[in-house]
Design a protein around this ligand. Sequence first.
Ligand SMILES: NC(=O)c1ccc[n+]([C@@H]2O[C@H](COP(=O)([O-])OP(=O)(O)OC[C@H]3O[C@@H](n4cnc5c(N)ncnc54)[C@H](OP(=O)(O)O)[C@@H]3O)[C@@H](O)[C@H]2O)c1
Length: 259
Amino acid sequence: MTSHTYLSELFSLDGRTAVVTGGSSGIGRAIAEALARAGANVVIVARKEAELTATVDELTAAGCRAGWVSADLGTRDGVRAAADEAAAVFGEPDILVNSAGINLRPPMSDLVDEVWDTTMAVNLEAPFLLGQRFGPGMAERGFGRIIHITSQQAHRAFVQSGAYGVSKGALEALARSQAEAWSPHGVTCNTLVPGFVMTPLNARLASDPDKVEALAARTMVGRNGLAEDFAGAAVFLAGRGSAYVTGQAIFVDGGFSVH
Ligand SMILES: NC(=O)c1ccc[n+]([C@@H]2O[C@H](COP(=O)([O-])OP(=O)(O)OC[C@H]3O[C@@H](n4cnc5c(N)ncnc54)[C@H](OP(=O)(O)O)[C@@H]3O)[C@@H](O)[C@H]2O)c1
């Protein structure tokens, strides 16, 4: 057996279909590209059409099969419509990646109901509803992969974690509940935990060079994260080779959390 055949057995996503929320930017975009280049048909979901079409054009030009759905995952109706539209592109997904997320950072004393509700809707309820929509089908077909993107703030307070940290902590608990429900049927459910990654989500913090440097110094690798750092871990969790890994929070943070 050649190494190529062996690696394909472990990691190839040929013939699989993936839905990646937030696949038009940052970490989600890098994961969408990684899954597509590993062989999956990928549907990305976000609001802004310009970013969605630009991403899909880039993937298609690279020889990948990709489609997009524009939807607001901040409402339950929006999530349900997005799920149906996404499944209509290449069929019911084998892989669901929940990367769409928002981080509004009011100090705790100023955190109003609206910020709390919006944060929970996008960061927690959308992944829950998409899991309810796709998880049972994956279990019935005997294969599925659910990957949530959480945050170090699921584990510790950091720069006004407020509602954001709560939503990410709950998302890790959701992954464990989903794993408990569906892993007996071939569906693994895990989370990838970033540290500080230079993406549009962090534009404000990233514009302060001293803070950026201080954060890099807190890692073991000696630099902040890049969206591409998530490619390998996402392909691993999406493929056959990770069948016995479930309910886990896997830190992709250059050692930030253990330094
Ligand atoms: N960057 C970091 O340091 C870091 C650290 C820890 C965790 N994370 C997590 O990693 C994930 C990705 O973050 P990122 O840094 O890659 O952020 P990003 O570059 O800002 O991307 C966020 C994505 O989510 C989509 N999105 C946001 N609100 C949406 C809504 N209501 N409906 C549909 N789509 C929506 C955005 O597209 P539209 O705006 O077009 O809708 C975009 O595609 C998030 O869950 C975030 O919490 C990031």
